[in-house]
Design a protein around this ligand. Structure first.
Ligand code: FMN
Length: 200
């Protein structure tokens, strides 16, 4: 089973990374590997809406998205981990998502959705925001709306969301009463081929 993970925070050892590490630990203890993409370190240009992928489903820009497109097309499990920045996914994540417009064209214009392998295609969304209450919730909802469109486009019909509000200072997630355990358990379940429904 091929599992990939996108880290969308630029903060080294920040809350999103710590959460993702716990998920990865759960997966690796199940005997599987996670292929990580640290989006902040990659060379990803923004989508130009040039129409270059309309007839082919292939993006004309040749940067690090070439390997990401290939990974997305062949993965069985896809993890998206992002901090909330200005009530949305981080720019690093949004850049990557926008560049999946070629997969949108492939699915909806060329009628060629990414086929599921023997394990199905499942997702996990990890979100961490500093704000609490109504404004914090709006950020989570906004980010999840974009993530949902991403998962739908890349033909991941089923995903679980773990979101944490009021987690702001670097490393604050370590003091959260349930976050690390939930992230670890989500990793374990994500690595289980036939038991994913138990997540929700
Ligand atoms: C540019 C920027 C914008 C932010 N905007 C929001 C926001 O709109 N809502 C929120 O809940 N937290 C916001 N935060 C706080 C981060 O979501 C919070 O610090 C989070 O824990 C960062 O995760 P990280 O340590 O993985 O980078 C913002 C932080 C930065 C740097």
């Amino acid at each position: 089973m091929k599992i990939i993970a996108f880290l969308g925070s630029p903060r080294k050892d920040g809350n999103t990374e710590l959460l993702l590490k716990e998920t990865s630990r759960g997966i690796e203890e199940s005997g599987l590997n996670v292929h990580p993409f640290d989006l902040n370190l990659l060379n990803i240009s923004p989508c130009q809406n040039c129409g270059g992928c309309d007839d082919t489903g292939i993006c004309v820009i040749e940067d690090d998205m070439v390997q990401i497109h290939d990974a997305i097309r062949t993965a069985d499990r896809i993890i998206l981990a992002s901090p909330i920045f200005f009530s949305a996914l981080s720019a690093q994540v949004k850049l990557m998502i926008d560049r999946c417009q070629c997969i949108w064209c492939e699915k909806y214009l060329l009628k060629k959705p990414i086929p599921a392998g023997p394990y199905g295609r499942k997702g996990l969304l990890l979100l961490v925001g500093g704000q609490k209450k109504e404004s914090g919730l709006q950020g989570i909802q906004c980010a999840e709306t974009s993530a949902k469109a991403f998962f739908r486009t890349i033909s991941v019909p089923e995903y679980k969301t773990l979101s944490y509000m009021g987690v702001d200072a670097k490393g604050a997630i370590l003091k959260h009463p349930t976050a690390l355990k939930e992230a670890y358990e989500a990793g374990k379940k994500l690595a289980t081929p036939y038991n994913y429904k138990a997540l929700s």
